[in-house]
Design a protein around this ligand. Sequence first.
Ligand code: ZN
Ligand code: ZN
Length: 362
Amino acid sequence: MRALRYDGPGQIIPVGVAEPVAGPDDVLVRPLQVGICFTDKLAYDSPEFQVYPIGTVLGHEFCGRVAEVGGNVDGVRVGDLVAPDPRVYCGACTNCHAGYMNHCTTTKGWIGVHGGWPGALAELVRVPALSLYRMPDGLSHSGGAAVEAFTFALRQIRHVQPAVGDNVVVLGAEDYGLAETGLLAGVAGEVLVADPNELRRAAALRFGATVVVDPGFSLVEEYRAGHPHGADLVVVNAEAYVARSQHYLREAIELCRPGATILLSRSSGSSLFPSIDPALAAAKQLDIRYFGTCFGEEPWRGGRDRGDWAVTLSAMTTGRLSAERLGATVIGFDELRAKRDVDELMHLLPDHATKVFVEVST
Ligand SMILES: [Zn+2]
Ligand SMILES: [Zn+2]
């Protein structure tokens, strides 16, 4: 079958690979749409980023149709539409029970990233039944492929618990920043979104941003002029390939009022940290929450059904979050026949597309 394989930085290659075989506790899924993650982009761009083993079939943000069901799997039928959680975990160890599946002590993997689980940029993908979520009626295929990125955003906003009327600044409006904006709009007093890219600023308005700005180097001064007490919450989405973003954490500390919260939502590597003034952060008694790339379940809020993934799916069903507002670019899998086709796709990010979905099947 056809697949897109990561063979090292700058090397994502269309190849032929063997079809996966479903184990007794797995299903095979025929992918519909697959999101190109900004982490895929980082792996493509950066030799320093070595999370993906060479030879990994990419694609961890996806939805699809169940094509085959393993012998031990109940409650799933061929033809069901699913938006799987790409994480592979046991569901039984202490960390899984506590909702920290990314710290599962027995099984570790991430479909399309590492752990020997090939991804969904292929005609078929193997998924543990434990990781399956049914797609709600009415959710588009792009919506199904956006659940993973949106879940990160939702977990983070749930945990920082913004207060009604807060003044919020979102620095960086890639997919997480946009979903965060969507969740904050309607709760916050003002959501100011700063991003150097016009497409992302336009998307931020669709997600409900009150104000969008192209952040110059007087961002802090300008914000302070209109908000002399500072922001209540600053969300930082810093990606290595957005040059401006390497200043976001330092600026966030300067933007905050005393006692404010910084949500460090997305950051690649450690390059942000040397720029900050720890004395200023300490003097302001900031609450800095660092989520990185983790989401999970919250048993103390009612068990698995209230986990981040399920809550995100319901937010998408009610229209609170919508993948359509991303204004994403959709590329057919059939158009990706040669390496140069994939190179063109990867170069759409970050400046020429807000998000890219590959339509593997319809
Ligand atoms: Zn991702
Ligand atoms: Zn576990």
